[in-house]
Write a protein that binds this ligand. Structure first.
Ligand code: ZN
Length: 289
């Protein structure tokens, strides 16, 4: 593999969220020559939507995605309605920010008022996800905002996402049609024996010829041992994922889009000087991706 095009590097803003607010992250990306970002809704809310949109424009940055919508399953009709309304707001924000897609973390089992799982019906949760995405597509498609399902590692099936493989995400795209795609986050899918085939399937997008479903490629690494189920992602090169191999599968499938670095790391990278983190992201992207 030749080294990746450095202009494809994007920073998912969670990577330095512990150290910097969004305006500082935007300024940091400009300083380090990183041309793309993927911001999170809570950071945008804190900094102000209109202000953030202007700041990103003035900085000359492009977005690689907007994090995130989803969390569709709920215990009752009021919960489903609240999720629907919140997801529509997320689409509106993504449009204001000029995002290429709204990333969906679809949600797990329905939760009670104390945020505890209140059901064991996994198939039912998956059906609510399909219905919820279908309903959101009816809003997002005419507005021109693509939705991108991010399958999450099965360890999150109960609490974050009951779509756990790229095959499952492709099946949803088959069922629900245009305007819907997938994010390949290597942390979540690197272990999947069907990964190469499902990346190729997403690139072909039989249901919408010419329109690839591959809407994003998220990078970090899988550490051994992993100390925390959520907040112990590794920097590229520090773990066991063959990143150039996975990139070659994406490129074979026609993907030419951003390489978004997304690292939640409470014990390591969130404790470091954020300028060091950004410099390391750039160096590792060039050296090991
Ligand atoms: Zn991701």
């Amino acid at each position: 593999m030749t080294a990746p095009d450095p202009s494809l590097l994007s920073l998912n803003t969670a990577t330095v969220r512990a150290q910097w607010a969004l305006p500082e992250i935007i300024a940091g990306c400009v300083r380090h020559g990183i041309g793309r970002i993927a911001p999170w809704r809570d950071q945008v809310a804190q900094a102000g939507l209109a202000d953030t949109a202007r700041r990103i424009r003035d900085a000359g940055l492009a977005l690689s995605g907007y994090c995130r919508g989803g969390m569709f399953p709920a215990l009752d009709a009021a919960g489903l309605r609240a999720a629907r309304d919140d997801n529509r707001r997320a689409v509106d924000e993504a449009l204001t920010l000029g995002a290429p897609c709204l990333v969906l973390v679809v949600g797990g089992l329905p939760k009670d008022a104390n945020d505890r799982p209140a059901s064991k019906d996994l198939a039912g949760a998956r059906a609510m996800v399909q219905d919820g995405i279908g309903e959101l597509l009816a809003y997002a498609r005419p507005a021109g905002m693509p939705l991108a399902i991010e399958p999450l590692h099965p360890m999150y099936a109960a609490d974050r996402a009951c779509v756990n493989t790229l095959g499952q995400a492709n099946d949803l795209c088959d069922a629900l049609g245009p305007g819907l795609g997938v994010i390949v986050d290597i942390y979540h899918v690197w272990w999947d024996p069907a990964l190469q085939r499902e990346i190729a399937r997403a690139g072909r997008a039989e249901s919408a010829p010419g329109a690839s479903r591959l809407m994003g490629f998220h990078l970090c690494d899988w550490l051994v041992p992993t100390q925390d189920l959520l907040l112990d992602r590794g920097m590229m090169g520090d773990g066991v994922i063959d990143i150039p191999l996975l990139r070659s599968w994406m490129e074979d499938a026609g993907y030419r889009g951003p390489h978004e670095v997304e690292i939640f790391s409470a014990g390591n990278w969130w404790k470091r000087d954020p300028d060091e983190v950004l410099a390391t992201c750039k160096a590792r992207h060039a050296a090991v991706c």
